[in-house]
Each structure stands twice: as structure tokens, then as C-alpha cells.
Write a protein that binds this ligand. Structure first.
Ligand SMILES: [Zn+2]
Length: 344
């Protein structure tokens, strides 16, 4: 296949659609995407306000961090934010734009040309084997070694425990920045499944041994996915006719503790927005995040509108404000743990 021409075709289709593409494929870019041109914390190195996407990022997809440097287009931005190779980024964008369902993409794939195909397979095989390896290294969250996980939840006033086949504990997981291992931490590893319930990737929350978030720039990270993430969630409890949906795992567990309803974590606002409930669900309760950007409420309302057209009943619960000074937002786990602290 001719890489050069193919990339040019995908690039041409992506022009004018990068906000949507980047939001779906790189949830860490969301804060920047909702305010193009404005500075937000860098999705890779953290900090206060070093990163922005360009004003015209919907056209070209580029952005710049004052510390990490410029990423001139959407492919470069995806590779950087998700730690992807070019082939993986190109294929993800093509899939997102549904350019892979026929036409040039499948035609290109069926044309055997050794080098690019093997590069693509290498990236995918590497990502898949990393997922398998990390999952195989995890331990039971109820076990003695998993104390950091339980301390982390208890610090938030949470004692509801999810399905131990879905949320597990890793005793010493490497933490990487720009493909360089900068530390090893205990971690919560959660299995993210697609809309049909098939595992597609893993979500990581890096911890300290005493149950705080690890002192790294991005303590929560998704691994590259093998399949379609859109529509999926972390299925923390078996669904009933009623199903709660949150962004965060902690929020889901806090809701579970107070309502006893089955709750799934959508991981990000973009994924909550795209969430597809399984067959048999007749009521979805969205426990939305209250963000300064308004992103959480926007996602909840989009999901609500779509589910209503499917004949599913929907309730949206937004945390009562105000958002504490210095915080980016407020979720239900925050609301309840603030109440606990105030009462103590
Ligand atoms: Zn940066």
C-alpha cells in the first residue's frame, strides 16, 4: 500500500473534523478542545497552563505545549497524547471516520506490501501483548497485597467494592512519559469493554503504597485500545433493568455505596456521551460531573437525548455547586466525601 497517498486521503477527510476526532480518540485532550486557543494543563507533562490546541485546530488538528513543544497536526497530536506510532494513529483516525469499512482502506489492506503492514502489525501486536501481560500480572483487589487500592478508596470514604474480575490490583506497574520509564507504582487496573462487552483496553490509576494518587503528572491513564472504545465502559457491577453511569471509577463506587444500583464508569466525558447501554436496560441514571468547562453536563445531556429516542428512561443528577476554588470540577464522590469531612 502507498503510505504517502493513503495518509493524504485520511488527512483530507479529517480536515474540519479534528475536534470530534481528537475528543473521541484522546480523552486527555478534552480540556483543551472545549476551549481552543486557551491554555490548559498539558495532557502529557501536566503543569498549570502550558498547553493549547490552535485556534484553527478543527481544520488541522495541531496544538502546542510550551514545555513539550508543538505538534503541528492532528496525527502528531494523537501520537504524542496517546503514545502511539504513526500507523496506529492513522488507522484509528480512518476507523473513526469510518474510512475502513470499504473503499480505499480495505482495498489498501488487501494489497500485500510488506513493510507498512508489518509495521502496523508490530504496533498492534505490541499493544495487545502489553495489555495481556499487565492484566496477567494483576492480583485480587481483596487480597492482602492490595492494601494500597483499599486505602485509596477508604480515603475517599468508599467501601463499595467492584467485581474483582473487572477491577484488579497491580503491585508494581511501570509509569512512562514519552516512552521513558520514570517510576514504578502500585496501581488499580480496570478492564474497559466495548459496547458489546468485549475487553478493549485497560485503565490505570497509579497510587502510592499509603493509598494516595502517585506523584506523577498523569496518575490516571488509558492504554491503547484493541478495537472500538466508543460506546463502551468499565462494567463494575452486573447491570439490571436500571443502570447508573458516571465518568470516574471512584464516582461509580460512591454512587453504588449510597444507592446500591449497578453503576458503570464511562472513563471520560466523551465516552459517557457515546455510551451504549446493554439490552434489557430500561432506566439509565447519569451521575454527571460538574466541570468549570461544562463538559460533564454537556455529555450527560447528549447521552440523555439519545437514550430517550431509544425509548430508555433517563435521569440526570448533577452535583450541587459551587465548585471549590482551585478545583476543575466536582463529582459525586467529592460531594459525599466533602460532606463526610464537614461532619467529622
Ligand atoms: Zn507538556
Amino acid at each position: 500500500m502507498n503510505d504517502h497517498i493513503e495518509a493524504a486521503v485520511v488527512r483530507q477527510h479529517a480536515r474540519g473534523q479534528w475536534f470530534g476526532i481528537l475528543g473521541r480518540l484522546a480523552p486527555s485532550l478534552e480540556p483543551a478542545l472545549v476551549r481552543p486557543g486557551r491554555h490548559v494543563p498539558c495532557p502529557v507533562h501536566g503543569g498549570q497552563d502550558g498547553f493549547r490546541v490552535f485556534n484553527d485546530a478543527n481544520e488541522g488538528g495541531g496544538g502546542i505545549c510550551n514545555t513539550c513543544g508543538p505538534r503541528r497536526d492532528g496525527f502528531a497530536l494523537l501520537m504524542w497524547a496517546n503514545d502511539w506510532g504513526f500507523r496506529v494513529a492513522l488507522e484509528a483516525v480512518a476507523q473513526d471516520l469510518r474510512l475502513d469499512g470499504g473503499g480505499f482502506w480495505s482495498a489498501a489492506k488487501s494489497t500485500p506490501r510488506r513493510a507498512p503492514v508489518s509495521a502496523q502489525h508490530r504496533d498492534h501486536a505490541g499493544a495487545e501483548s502489553a495489555l495481556r501481560r499487565i492484566w496477567s500480572e494483576t492480583l485480587d483487589p481483596y487480597g492482602r497485597e492490595a492494601l494500597p487500592l483499599r486505602r485509596y478508596l477508604l480515603r475517599r470514604g468508599i467501601d463499595a467494592m467492584p467485581d474483582p474480575a473487572v477491577v484488579r490490583f497491580h503491585p508494581a506497574l511501570g509509569y512512562y512519559e514519552e516512552r521513558v520509564r520514570v517510576g514504578t507504582y502500585p496501581a488499580i487496573i480496570s478492564r474497559v469493554t466495548d459496547a458489546a462487552g468485549q475487553p478493549v483496553t485497560l485503565h490505570r490509576t497509579y497510587l502510592t503504597t499509603d493509598g494516595a494518587k502517585a506523584p506523577v503528572t498523569s496518575p490516571k491513564k488509558l492504554m491503547p485500545e484493541m478495537g472500538t472504545l466508543s460506546g463502551g465502559a468499565i462494567r463494575l457491577f452486573p447491570a439490571g433493568a436500571e443502570l447508573g453511569v458516571t465518568e470516574g471509577i471512584e464516582t461509580a463506587l460512591a454512587v453504588r455505596q449510597r444507592t446500591n444500583m449497578p453503576v458503570w464508569a464511562g472513563v471520560s466525558a466523551a465516552l459517557v456521551e457515546a455510551f451504549e447501554p446493554p439490552p434489557g436496560v430500561t432506566l439509565v441514571v447519569i451521575w454527571a460531573d460538574l466541570d468549570r468547562s461544562g463538559r460533564g453536563a454537556f455529555a450527560a445531556n447528549k447521552l440523555r437525548a439519545r437514550l430517550l429516542t431509544m425509548g430508555i428512561q433517563v435521569a440526570v443528577h448533577l452535583p450541587p455547586g459551587p465548585i471549590p476554588g482551585g478545583a476543575k470540577g466536582l463529582d459525586w464522590a467529592d460531594v459525599w466525601s466533602l460532606k463526610i469531612r464537614a461532619a467529622a
